[in-house]
Design a protein around this ligand. Sequence first.
Ligand SMILES: [Zn+2]
Length: 374
Amino acid sequence: MKWSFRICEIRGTQVRVHLTFFILPALIGFGLLTSEGPLAALTGVAFILALFTCVVLHEFGHATAAKYYGIRTPDITLLPIGGVARLERIPRKPFQELVIAISGPLVNVFIAAMLILILRQFPGSLWIDDIGNPGLIPMNLLKINLMLIVFNLVPAFPMDGGRMLRAILAMFMDYDRATQTAVSLGQMLAIIGGLFGLLNAHLFLVIIAIFIFMAGGQEAAFSRIREATKGLSVSDAMITKFRTLPAHASLNDAVDALIAGSQHDFPILDETGKVEGVLLRKDLIAALAEHGRTHPIRDIVKEKPPSVSLDYSLEAAFEILSASPCPTLPVMDSSGENLVGILTAENVGEMIMVQSALSSRKKTKGKSGEPTVA
Ligand SMILES: [Zn+2]
């Protein structure tokens, strides 16, 4: 994720913080410093750190459950609205998705139970609740954990509740329909929540509602892509007529290739024919302005993007493509040695249009009772 940086790595999972995550503690810290003094500000920041820990533990709840099913979690990113655990893949088995989704909120249930026990064991003087005293921390943490549980159980993407709902629906219908139904419900809730926020001047609620509405749309689109690419392999969708450039070519050669065809990005081959990288149109244009036409392209080619094999499933390749900063992936033959094609989001998109046209034709033909041709 852009604007996020790594703070530590635990059991193969990077913990990253998005820059916007600091807006909230900074505002609270500054507000308390000016209104209540340094002790209150310090307590406020300590509270935020404790909250931060609860959110990280919640995400590790998901990661631990995913690990149980053999799914890695490369990173966890903390945003002001909570954490996001990026799983390597979402399991297609509804029960597994349900377990992974519920494991996060269960961690908060556990933390809340512990805090209740602690508060009962040590009531009164140990937890002085005057403003600025640390006594506020356990009580507020308890409230926050209860809020996290409720918030995450709202049945809307990207919250855990949305995933749980999809998983439960997917036990009774196909995965794509389950996703579309869960998304529709989540977006309806977002509209109701957003209107309520507008009428009651809760700006934060309105922002969350917009965010949920958009995240739902994204999830629905991803599900449609998965559905349309089901059963297809990279070789079905890759571009086989494409140009490459030798690593010793100049920017001028790249400009000629760019103008001559509709290809935007060019695989760069070294002297032995191996892929050295991909020259992107935007990098080419930027380099032209800086270095002029005679500059060698080798200098401006960024690190090698991930490559995919032609026998990969299109679904897996599309996931790699969406996660990669490079919009064009080299496609290698089964040996992994030779470049045989390129894969772009645009041509995967075309493939999806073709597939959905074909499947809607099948559906309408089926409805009118005409025989269908397999
Ligand atoms: Zn969660």
